[in-house]
Ligand binder design. Sequence first.
Ligand SMILES: [Zn+2]
Length: 350
Amino acid sequence: MYGPNTVAARRLVKRAAIQGGLEAVSLLSRSGLMPGARGLGAIFTLHHVRPAHHKDFDPAAHLTVTPDFLDASITQLKRDGHVPVALQDLPEFLASPDRPGPAMVFTLDDGYRDNDEHARPVFEKHGIPYTIFISGGFVDRTHSIWWETAEQLIGKIDEFSFDFGHGEVTLPCRTLLEKYAVFDRLHKSLACADQDAIVKRLDAQAKAAGICPTGIIDREVMDEEELRRLASRPLAHLGAHTIGHLNLAHLAADEMRSEIARSAERVAAITGDMPSTLAYPYGDRCAAGPREYQAARDLGFKLAVTTNPGVLNRRSLQDLFALRRISLNGYYQKSRYVGALASGIPFALS
Ligand SMILES: [Zn+2]
């Protein structure tokens, strides 16, 4: 069964298990019993960085951390001996025989405006380089961000009639549990091939409910001018994140290549230089595989990042188009957890 209670229970159990695990790992990493696990450092993933703001229905809460948490995490990592490295300099750093410590590399996906407002001051205070991965369709307001649209729409309605790809169904959407169940169903349906059509249907439904999907982008995501200004700052770098933010693994080969190539050109039009780094949208094994890794290599990137969890190690140099990252997750905002994740122990044990 896939009822709302099951969904909510699964979310809670998973979160508690991870949190408990991180407490244990935090103790273990401080014990020094597994010093080799942290490998050569870690690449961290962030999305929204902004002050805490409680919302009852907050399906993307895991995509948000506070500036204070980011600040505390960096302080903790520095204390643990991590050295800041710009993502594009990582291959040379990994190849160097005299690294002063494990790397800490910061990346932010999707180009949210709060990255400039709330994350940049923290990075500048600590002298930390960072890479923001931007999608051309978000920058130009031609594409919406489905999870932002869905949050607004589902938060507002009591019943959701939608064609997830197999004909229209009507789902209750009144209680918090029902809303989370609808959001999860939508999320799952987007893992299939007609993602573009599903997002278009979602946008149409949102508009009918008085929500403007590209208006949300205007509010949340940096435009070309803001990105140009940000990219001119010393520690900021822009990377490619496709145009339409689609699951690349489900696209035909020529469309997949075009999404990547056009996004590199879009970044170059802003910064004046072709970007050397790429992040695959969604980025897990269902969204990017050997075909996408090879395309990124063929299209001239220096490296590309996934969202597959893991720390850097000796193999990373041979795997520059499938680099793993650690998500700094809004559910686990304690700096000792970041130390625990960067210790590499969760990945060595799994
Ligand atoms: Zn993204």
